[in-house]
Design a protein around this ligand. Structure first.
Ligand SMILES: Nc1ncnc2c1ncn2[C@@H]1O[C@H](COP(=O)(O)OP(=O)(O)OP(=O)(O)O)[C@@H](O)[C@H]1O
Ligand SMILES: [Mg+2]
Length: 292
C-alpha cells in the first residue's frame, strides 16, 4: 500500500497534511535464491576442480548445467547437496548458510549412477518412493494415510503407478530415474537436482522425460538443475544454462550460448558441429582448459 496524504496510520492518526511526502510502502525483500554460491572453489587434493564459482539459482528456474567431462559438474552438485565441502567461498541454500541448512528433504537428488540395484534388491518402487516421504517425517512419526496418498500421487505424476509393486532392481534405467523423481516429489522437495538423467535412455524416452520435467517446473513450480551433455536437448527444453569448465564460463540463455563462440575450445569438434549446424567451418578441438 502506498501511503498518501491523509492515509490513516497506526492508531488512527493522520499524516500531517502539509509536510508529509508520500512514504513509499516498504518493499518485501526479494525472495532468497534456493542456491547461492559465492567464490566457491574445490579440489580433491591436487589440481583445483572448481574455482571462483559465483552461481545463483532462483526459485522456479530450470537450469541446464553443461560442461565437458571432468569439468566439475558432479562435484558442483555434491557441494550443493552437502556431500562435499568447498575449500573456498560460501554456499547458501534457501537463504541460509549451507552448514545451518538442515531440511535436506527440500532438495531431491537423482544421481549420475543409478543402476546399482540388484534385480532382487528387497524394495519395491512404492517403498523407495516412500523413503523420500518418511525421511521428511523423521524417525518418530509413523507414516499415515496422507503419506501413503502422497506416495501414490508422486507415482502417478511420473506415470509409474503401474510399477508400484515391482522391485526397483527390475526396472529399466529410465523407469528407475522416474522412481527417483517420484521419491523427491513425495518428500515435497522444492529443488530437484539431476545428474545426467537421460544418459542411458533412448531418444523417445529422453524427450518424454524432458516433457515430464518441464511440466513439473511449469505446473508445480519445482526448481530444477540438471546436468546434460546433449546441448540440443538443453536448448530445446531449458530456459537457462550454466556452463562449467572448472570456472563458470557462461550463465544465461542457451540460444545466446550457442550463438557466441564459447563452445570453441571447450567441446570437441563433433559437439561444436551439433550445436552450430549453420556454421560453415568446423573449429578444431582445443585442449581442455583453453576456455576463458
Ligand atoms: N572422488 C574423487 N577423487 C579424486 N578426484 C575426483 C573425484 N571425483 C572426481 N574427481 C575429479 O574431479 C574432476 C571433476 O570431476 P566431476 O565428476 O565433477 O566432473 P563432471 O563434469 O561431472 O564429469 P562427467 O561429465 O564425466 O560426469 C575430474 O578431473 C575428476 O577426475
Ligand atoms: Mg559428472
Amino acid at each position: 500500500m502506498v501511503m498518501t496524504e491523509g492515509t490513516p496510520r497506526r492508531g488512527g492518526e493522520r499524516a500531517p497534511a502539509a509536510t508529509a511526502a508520500p512514504i513509499p510502502a516498504p518493499l518485501a525483500p526479494p525472495p532468497a535464491p534456493l542456491v547461492e554460491l559465492r567464490g566457491v572453489g574445490f579440489g580433491y587434493g591436487g589440481e583445483p576442480v572448481l574455482e571462483g564459482i559465483d552461481l545463483t539459482v532462483a526459485r522456479g528456474e530450470f537450469v541446464g548445467l553443461l560442461g565437458p567431462n571432468g569439468s566439475g559438474k558432479s562435484t558442483l552438485l555434491k557441494i550443493v547437496l552437502g556431500l562435499a565441502r568447498p575449500t573456498a567461498g560460501r554456499v547458501a541454500l534457501f537463504g541460509r548458510e549451507a552448514a545451518r541448512f538442515k531440511e535436506r528433504w527440500r532438495i531431491g537428488y537423482v544421481p549420475q549412477r543409478l543402476a546399482t540395484f540388484d534385480a532382487q534388491f528387497p524394495a519395491t518402487v512404492a517403498e523407495v518412493v516412500g523413503m523420500g516421504r518418511y525421511a521428511r517425517l523423521g524417525p518418530f512419526r509413523r507414516p499415515g494415510a496422507a503419506d501413503r496418498a502422497a506416495v501414490e500421487r508422486a507415482l502417478a505424476a511420473v506415470e509409474m503407478a503401474p510399477f508400484r509393486d515391482r522391485r526397483i532392481g527390475q526396472l529399466s534405467v529410465g523407469q528407475q530415474q522416474r522412481a527417483f523423481i517420484a521419491r523427491a516429489l513425495a518428500s515435497e522437495a522444492e529443488l530437484l537436482i539431476l545428474d545426467e538423467p537421460t544418459a542411458a535412455v533412448d531418444a523417445a524416452t529422453q524427450e518424454a522425460f524432458y516433457h515430464l520435467l518441464e511440466g513439473l517446473n511449469r505446473d508445480r513450480g519445482l526448481t530444477i538443475v540438471l546436468v546434460e551433455h546433449d546441448l540440443a536437448m538443453v536448448a530445446a527444453h531449458v530456459a537457462s544454462v550454466a556452463v562449467l569448465n572448472r570456472r563458470l564460463i557462461f550463465r544465461g540463455d542457451p540460444a545466446e550460448f550457442s550463438r557466441r563462440d564459447f563452445l570453441h575450445g571447450i567441446y570437441d569438434e563433433r559437439t561444436t558441429c551439433e550445436v552450430h549446424p549453420e556454421v560453415p567451418h568446423v573449429h578444431p578441438p582445443h585442449a581442455p582448459g583453453a576456455a576463458k
